[in-house]
Design a protein around this ligand. Structure first.
Ligand SMILES: [Zn+2]
Length: 53
């Protein structure tokens, strides 16, 4: 499970994954070559939050 999000929505993505998996997720910066939209708004995603499994 992973969510690509902008800076504003990192906290929400972390909360959702913690809720669903019970574990603290990994947080990484997206590489700049990728062009991805945030899952929660129209901004460019800057982080990827992923569960370890
Ligand atoms: Zn966003």
């Amino acid at each position: 499970m992973e969510k690509k999000v902008c800076k504003e929505h990192v906290e929400i993505a972390l909360d959702i994954i913690v809720d669903e998996t019970g574990e603290y997720p990994l947080l990484e910066e997206l590489s700049t070559s990728e062009h991805v939209t945030c899952e929660f708004c129209e901004a460019d995603a800057t982080y990827i939050v992923s569960s370890k499994n």
